[in-house]
Design a protein around this ligand. Structure first.
Ligand code: FE2
Length: 524
């Protein structure tokens, strides 16, 4: 049983009360007023409050986070009164919710946008559970989730998918609909879960409102995305482990620095605080990730028995500014700045120590930005992306040298951000012809960002010829499905024909396998 006690006292602000009572869509005030400070136990809702569905995530061997948010009017601030409301939850061993193993109550508060995060404990390892929330006479849909295997246990197989970059306006989330057919233990989301931009006409769908900068606008934006039936179904079916990239706050921000030259740091931090809070409110994260102002601890580790350790990284919050402007171009001196960082000292230390101590057969880095150094220009000159690891060469090289010398078992990097599919060899020095491969990077395309896409782009052939370490490229939309065993890792690149209208079929464009102890992915 869990009870969240730290809810605020109900504010009796005449304005918000009147505003709320003036809305015919909100929660109807119950005839009796609860005691101040007590959550309303039997609220009545004028519209279904579980409009945003349910989600689960951050599994442990004995538990998982269950998430929902009460939002009868999801696109206009949620439509809840300015008071705390009781929400009960149930966990069962069967999909009909008859074999109940745990239940409890928690409180949805205005301060948290009436989002709830329940950290269930005491479950059995490596098994499926089903869960549901209730408030008043309303019930949520039933979600399904799964705990991690026991620590250190030998595991035969882990099945997962990873996804990123779901610009609502640029396409439908059809990829998630197909993902429902997959037999997966967990889904990783690598960032750009929302986009901050204002609504624009002439696209597949339209954002409501202007560019988002305030908590209430970020909340409404998450609600818009979570109303998508395919995304909502994926959350109900699989536990998610999430991390963010830039668009959860603002394009290409770096730490406290805006992409806009001369933009005041205090203002970026203020916006970041609002954005981080809304992110936390809408993701199935543990209380250890609770934001405090503009700080939010998000990097963390998950272990699937002795099979795989996942070091989930945050390459946005602690990074130094992109060198040479944010562009793609020739390296300027800033690329070799020894102080430049993507992870920040603390996270980098945590990662290297974790890798060093890991006894797992696979050491996986789910993160945001491309780690391989790719030359975007044919011929002698080199053009690299300054927003990716290539723009932070000293930090990139430090990590690659660590992999080369300390040799954690079978490093695999999972990446989002660039709306295209890639398989690359990770190397310390890309200029040396026979430089050893220290790991494999699987870059997954976007769910919808960039629109329909195409198998090859104009520059693909030249880029592949220029970069022998790139083993595969594809520019369609979709996600990557992975099957991990003690001897092999296979990634299936699942691609859609289109996303600008609904109903695209899906197919596997290519599969690549890495065998343990043998660096470099092979096409299978
Ligand atoms: Fe993106």
């Amino acid at each position: 049983m869990q009870r969240q006690r730290a809810y605020p006292r109900r504010r009796r602000s005449g304005l918000s009360r009147r505003t709320f009572l003036g809305s015919s869509l909100g929660v109807l005030a119950a005839p009796t007023v609860p005691l101040i400070g007590q959550p309303r136990q039997s609220p009545q809702f004028a519209a279904p409050p579980f409009s945003l569905g349910v989600a689960s995530g951050d599994p442990s061997p004995d538990g998982v986070v269950l998430w929902t948010r009460l939002a009868p009017v999801p696109l206009e601030g949620g439509g809840m009164p300015d008071e705390a409301v009781e929400v009960s939850w149930t966990v069962a061993r069967d999909e009909r919710m008859q074999d109940v193993v745990q239940e409890g109550t928690t409180v949805a508060t205005p301060m948290h946008g009436h989002a709830v995060h329940v950290e269930v404990q005491g479950l059995e390892p490596a098994r499926w559970y089903w869960y549901r929330f209730r408030s008043g006479r309303e019930a949520s849909r039933i979600g399904r989730t799964r705990t991690l295997p026991s620590p250190g246990l030998a595991i035969n197989q882990l099945k997962m998918a990873f996804a990123s970059c779901q610009h609502y306006e640029q396409g439908y989330f059809t990829a998630y609909r197909h993902m429902l057919e997959d037999d997966l233990d967990v889904v990783f989301h690598l960032g750009d879960y929302i986009y901050e931009y204002e609504g624009r006409d002439g696209r597949a769908r339209k954002h409501t409102g202007d560019e988002i900068e305030l908590l209430r606008d970020y909340r409404n934006r998450y609600a818009l995305y979570r109303l998508d039936p395919d995304l909502q179904a994926a959350h109900a079916q699989f536990p998610f482990i999430v991390t963010w990239d830039d668009h959860e706050v603002d394009n290409n921000y770096a730490g406290d620095i805006s992409e806009e030259e001369g933009f005041p740091r205090e203002l970026l931090l203020r916006r970041r605080a609002e954005a981080y809070r809304a992110y936390y409110e809408h993701m199935p994260l543990r209380s250890t990730s609770t934001p405090s102002g503009a700080q939010m601890p998000l990097y963390r580790k998950f272990e699937y028995g002795n099979l795989a350790s996942f070091f989930v990284l945050d390459t946005r919050q602690y990074r130094s500014d992109q060198p040479c402007g944010d562009r793609t171009g020739p390296a300027c001196p800033g690329v070799l700045d020894p102080e430049a960082t993507l992870l920040g000292d603390q996270q980098e230390q945590w990662l290297l120590e974790g890798l060093d101590q890991s006894a797992s057969q696979w050491n996986v880095l789910p993160q945001q930005i491309m780690m391989a150094r790719v030359d975007r220009s044919p011929g002698e000159d080199e053009r690299i992306s300054m927003d990716q690891w290539s723009g932070y060469e000293v930090a990139r090289r430090r990590l690659m040298e660590f992999l080369a010398t300390r040799r954690p078992a079978n490093p695999v990097v999972l990446t989002g951000d660039i709306h295209t599919n890639w398989v690359t060899d990770l190397k310390v020095d890309y200029r040396l012809e026979n430089a050893p491969i220290v790991g494999t990077e699987f870059v997954g395309t976007s769910i919808s960002s960039g629109g329909d896409g195409s198998d090859v782009q104009d520059a693909t052939a030249a880029m592949l010829a220029e970069n022998p370490s790139v083993r595969f490229f594809n520019g369609q939309r979709g996600y990557v499905r992975c099957a991990i065993t003690p001897t092999s890792w296979t990634s299936d690149y699942r691609v859609l024909e289109y996303v600008t209208h609904q109903g695209s079929p899906i197919s596997t464009r290519a599969s690549f396998t890495v065998e343990t102890g043998r660096p470099g992915a092979q096409r299978t």
